[in-house]
Design a protein. Structure first.
Length: 342
């Protein structure tokens, strides 16, 4: 009897060790990789961005790799924190998180080889324009005097920042809030930069763009700029509308043609659904699926009564990555404004 029990015990132990051995065997895990496209796809993408279409304009602030580290394991695990992960059909990216570079100890840029390499490739292969954003306040630079010489120094500094980093232009954020660079002084600076960048410049391939909230730049800036971007944010309320957007455009309609005008939403605050609830000019509040329409889609659909707008976009558009479908609201709005040719 004891012999039978001993044999049974040994058999059970053998089975247990076999099970443990099988359970603990390491197995390769297949990591999902981003889909890759052929050269023809990117050729068509670049051609699309050069075509007559409504542009998508966004401020990006999400690259989060370890500064100065190039090892693969130091890359962010989320593709939403990669410049390479931005939507392919994004036209303009204002580098709100700063300029990534390969330069160490640089006062203007952030040493981040991973983000830098991605930025170069996205710019070259996808045709996405990379802009330097600047909140235009001379108070930040005590070495610039508050006179015409200081205005020129400020203008030259901004131009140099773009050229030294081989980027595509400037996004001048006009929110003076009492700063000396406002009104005529801001116009003087725009005119100086406009000799180097923008439609009247010696480098028309470099863009000069002004974005603003409620304080309006002077009409005299118009000839020098490629686009005027309004921060038409849902702020102080919980909804927005075509009527609101029309009012924003009407405030500059006397001097800014519709083909230069862009409206944007703040997805930093309203990221969950792609903006706030939106009402169109005819009172419609639903998308084609019969669901609530939100402002990013509403902006894509909206045009001023005076003509076709230049485009639309979003501040902190990178937060749309963290919705049910990565960048689903951004991509959908782009498809609405610029339907694919079937």
């Amino acid at each position: 009897m004891k012999k039978k029990l001993l044999n049974l015990l040994l058999a059970c132990l053998a089975g247990a060790f076999t099970a443990c051995d099988k359970q603990n065997m390491p197995e390769a895990i297949e990591i999902q990789k981003p889909y890759t496209y052929n050269d023809k796809y990117y050729e068509n993408l670049r051609a699309y961005k050069k075509s007559d279409h409504q542009i998508f304009y966004g401020w990006f602030a999400a690259y989060s790799h370890k500064e100065g580290v190039v090892a693969e394991y130091k890359k962010s695990a989320s593709w939403g924190e990669h410049i390479a992960g931005m939507p392919d059909s994004l036209d303009f990216c204002s580098l709100w998180m700063g300029i990534p570079s390969n330069k160490q100890n640089d006062a203007v840029t952030t040493y981040n080889p991973i983000a830098y390499e991605e930025m170069r490739k996205v710019r070259e292969i996808k045709g996405t324009k990379m802009l330097v954003p600047e909140i235009t306040r001379i108070a930040k630079y005590p070495n610039f005097p508050k006179n015409d010489d200081g205005i020129k120094m400020y203008a030259d500094y901004l131009v140099k920042m773009v050229l030294d980093n081989d980027l595509d232009g400037l996004d001048l954020d006009y929110e003076p809030e009492g700063d000396w660079i406002s009104g005529d002084n801001f116009t003087k600076m725009v005119a100086l930069i406009g000799q180097q960048f923008g439609p009247k410049s010696s480098r028309p391939d470099k863009y000069l763009i002004i974005d603003y909230y409620t304080q309006l730049p002077a009409a005299a800036v118009e000839p020098y700029i490629n686009y005027l971007v309004n921060q038409a944010y849902t702020q102080g309320t919980t909804t927005t509308s075509a009527t609101f957007l029309q009012g924003r455009y009407n405030s500059v309609a006397a001097w800014c043609p519709t083909k230069k005008y862009i409206v944007t939403e703040n997805l930093g605050e309203w990221w969950e659904n792609g903006g706030s609830p939106f009402t169109e000019a005819d009172g419609n509040t639903f998308n084609k699926d019969g669901k609530q329409m939100y402002s990013l889609e509403g902006m894509a659909r909206w045009n001023p009564t005076q003509g076709k707008k230049a485009g639309w976009g979003a501040f902190y558009f990178d937060r749309d990555y963290n919705t049910q479908v990565p960048y689903g609201n951004v991509r959908r709005s782009i498809q609405i404004a610029n339907p694919s040719v079937r």
